[in-house]
Design a protein around this ligand. Sequence first.
Ligand code: HH2
Length: 327
Amino acid sequence: MTRYYRPLVHPGPMPAGAARLAGGWLWFREVEEITRGGPRRIVPVTALPSAARAALTSPRAPVAGLTLSAPRIMGIVNATPDSFSDGGAYEAAEHAQTLVAQGADIVDIGGESTRPGADFVPAEAEIARTAPVIAQLPGTLVSIDTRKAAVAEAALGAGAQMLNDVSGLCFDPDMAPLAARTGAPICIMHAKGDPKTMQQDPRYDDVLLDVYDALAAQIAVARAAGVAMSQIVVDPGIGFGKTLDHNLALLRGLALFHSLGCPILLGASRKRFIGTLTGVNTAAERIAGSVAAALAGVAQGVQILRVHDVKETREALKIWGAVGGPL
Ligand code: HH2
């Protein structure tokens, strides 16, 4: 029977006998041991099997040169026709530069909306939207938000350094070999089904454990293709084939994903669950809720926050760092 280990994490000074989480800003002395259908129990870190302990505590490798001992901000740039008026690539690149000036460590450029119900975009169109934007951003750490290896390859050619695959290597079999060949870090996100249909009655036995197992399986796919563990970032995929309750269960249990041994990326920014909980219907106005969700992630050791509102998130992180322990 598989045992899952969720560290019970804390910020601030680390007491004797505790272990540091992933070389980051949190520590833990106990973990919740979970089995499917079985009782949950709290066990001391000293009682963990050595592999489980190593997965939780080993410092994470830098991602494209970015160290992860403090939370990092990935700013979102949508290079889709509905995001910018006529200026297209120029406007998108300008927006990316603004996000960097506001404190983004990475900018994530996407040319295909993956909103629930969104239509498929052919690779050529997606390349025409994204590569010219990336080419205007030398010196900026860019990730390409795409499910398609051809788009990812064109982006790397234009200067991107990281891949962000919302299908978690399920859409394009050439994606993992591309990551292996180029050595680019890759975010493996969990999604249940295709964006077109994913919100139609998604079901899980236990959403936290099911998403964990699915990510573990996709890490294995990447490793089998020759991707190094140090290249992999994982993401539970908030809103991708998940109901409100599913999203909340994942957010509450986020620290479990550290047991996968990779950095965690969280994309909660402006998502529908925030509108559902706050009553804020316009996505662009969900800033306070988005910042609260980001901080909830940081409190569980999430290393990379994918956000629209970089300035507000950066300010919130400064306050968190000042009162919650050094970041
Ligand atoms: N969410 C969206 C797109 N890409 N990538 C990762 N790793 N994690 C996410 O949660 C994630 C993602 C949502 O996309 P969309 O609905 O198109 O909107 P936006 O890109 O503005 O967030």
